[in-house]
Design a protein around this ligand. Sequence first.
Ligand SMILES: Nc1ncnc2c1ncn2[C@@H]1O[C@H](COP(=O)(O)OP(=O)(O)OP(=O)(O)O)[C@@H](O)[C@H]1O
Ligand SMILES: [Mg+2]
Length: 252
Amino acid sequence: MPEPLLSVHGLVTGYGPNAVVEQVDLSLCPGESVALLGVNGAGKTTLVSTIAGLNPLWSGSMTFRGDTVTKAGPEARATMGISLCPEGRQIFTSLTVEENLLIGATPSRRRRPAATAAQVQERLARSYERFPILKERRHGGGGQLSGGEQQMLAIARALMSAPELLMVDEPSMGLAPAVASTVYGLLRELKREGLAMIVVEESSNRALGLVDQCIVLRGGRSVLSAPVGELPDHATLLEVYLGSSTSEEVTS
Ligand SMILES: Nc1ncnc2c1ncn2[C@@H]1O[C@H](COP(=O)(O)OP(=O)(O)OP(=O)(O)O)[C@@H](O)[C@H]1O
Ligand SMILES: [Mg+2]
């Protein structure tokens, strides 16, 4: 067994007096990916935000590449190689596409030397190679992009910190099926390149077609955690674990 890239043990967090994620365990090897599924309000965004360091752990522990990062802040975690592409994309609509990308190249102040100007330019060039549409639109406003293009920009921005772990929160939200398929094509390419990923969706065959493991959250707890090859059939997954009202279905 290779050393895990990310190891989360007994994670508890919440807001105010309310715990909304309780006793979650998660372990990912380098290059491995996991789908984090669950209905609205299950705690998916809270969990990935906590892994990114945006919410404190109330209890539990977390290591990344073997280092304990339980108390590290978001910048330190970004510097170590953890990147979050947030729910709803959160594009800065009044900034240009290029300015949005540059924001993703978070300067590192701690564990690794800061990205040099040359590295940032290299990453920008790689983004434009990967996303020709962003190159074409680089001087235009982020708000002028379509939903699918904004999702690509949000992923490209998250890649600007050269992460080893990319967490993508609901990448297909609000997108037409064909556009969502394009986004998943990109995620597949990133996986082939060896990037470890946590892909958050409410329920998606697309995500399950991409990843190695699946975790289902319900009421903040992990109610199912298994390699994708050992999951129950899709109908059971929907009914028992996700709630049958979640019937988003897709082929990719
Ligand atoms: N900033 C906040 N302050 C207080 N409560 C919050 C906050 N953010 C989320 N919550 C609550 O925490 C719980 C989990 O929310 P979270 O957004 O993590 O769920 P989710 O699984 O990502 O849902 P969705 O599918 O809607 O994105 C919900 O009950 C939500 O109302
Ligand atoms: Mg969410």
